[in-house]
Design a protein around this ligand. Sequence first.
Ligand code: ADP
Ligand code: MG
Length: 390
Amino acid sequence: MHIHEYQAKTLFNQFDIQTPKGVLISTVEQSSEACSELGGSVWVVKAQVHAGGRGKGGGVILCRSMAEVESASEKLLGLQLVTPQTDAKGLPVSQLLIEAGQNIERELYLGLLIDRQTQKITVLASVEGGMDIEKVASETPDKIIKFGVDPLGSLSVQDCTLVAEKLGLNADLTQQFNTTLLGLYEIFTQKDVSLIEINPLIVTTENQLLALDGKIDFDDNALYRHEDIAKLRDISQEDKKEQLASEHQLNYISLNGTIGCMVNGAGLAMATMDLIEHFGGSPANFLDVGGGTTANRVAKAFELIQTEANVKGILVNIFGGIVRCDLIAQGILQAIETVGLTLPIVVRLEGTNAPEGLNLLDKSEFNIHVESDLTKAAIKIVTLTKETSE
Ligand code: ADP
Ligand code: MG
């Protein structure tokens, strides 16, 4: 799960990580009050969306008067903000963080993630932070400092000092840096984080170290034990289809092809998509309905697939290990009726009670083609969808 920058910064502050003063607003009218509250004469208006690259997408606006803050707020609120990290539709902006403008001397990068290769929580840092960090990482990877934390130990002040040294920080800044990095590590481990990032971590002309941006991704599987974090979810920022899917424990990812896929098990779903490609078709989605599939879940899955505008046919591929194929067949029939599906459907069932299941589907009045062989099923759906598009 992602959270907004302002939420990340609130969490940062709870762990002694310093950030610029900021006020969250959701209407243009609140903008001048926010400026007065912050004081100073330079403010930065920042669109709150679940994507980075806002600076490049026009979502971070530097303002030198209250009038400018007001017009920037007017421009951003209600906008679908497109950044290099969103799709072409962008993400809705309904909240803005108005921040005190900072005098930046240096922009650093600091983050923590799990390095799956070394199986360690790994500190990433760079003296070249800011909006082009991806370029730094791909073109000059030696400019990225990496430090793997001993999984049996913890991050120590000495470890932090070592990183600070490599970043060329003086004694005063090193102390601030150590607090910041230890805070990040605490958040990471206490809150089941998968990625935490400050980019940029700035050194101000006043010799202060501040988190100017904040990005935190949480492990969804651990959210059940963090009620405080789960509350921060903003569903307006999530893909509607993937949201509906997660509500029904379906693993769903939209793709660009024409053949909708409904499969139980991620591995089987991959194999199914490969076969479709192999025979000249292209999948419209990845969908794993899971092991203990129910009729209701099958119906939701059909509903989801049908929302893809480019779908011309559906391939259902279920292996009945735990579930019985005849129950799945009943679920499919019920679902087709409920959803009102008219697209051609090829169903491949294998496993427990497969013949009974296939028989049920074969007898039905719907546009269903049954197969017990996956290769034949894949060829069939590719042929059928080619026919409908001609
Ligand atoms: P994103 O990473 O989505 O582009 P950031 O919060 O990192 O958004 O902001 C982009 C850039 O805007 C920063 O690298 C920094 O140069 C500038 N910026 C952001 N907040 C402030 C601020 N409070 N004061 C001065 N400059 C800022
Ligand atoms: Mg940033």
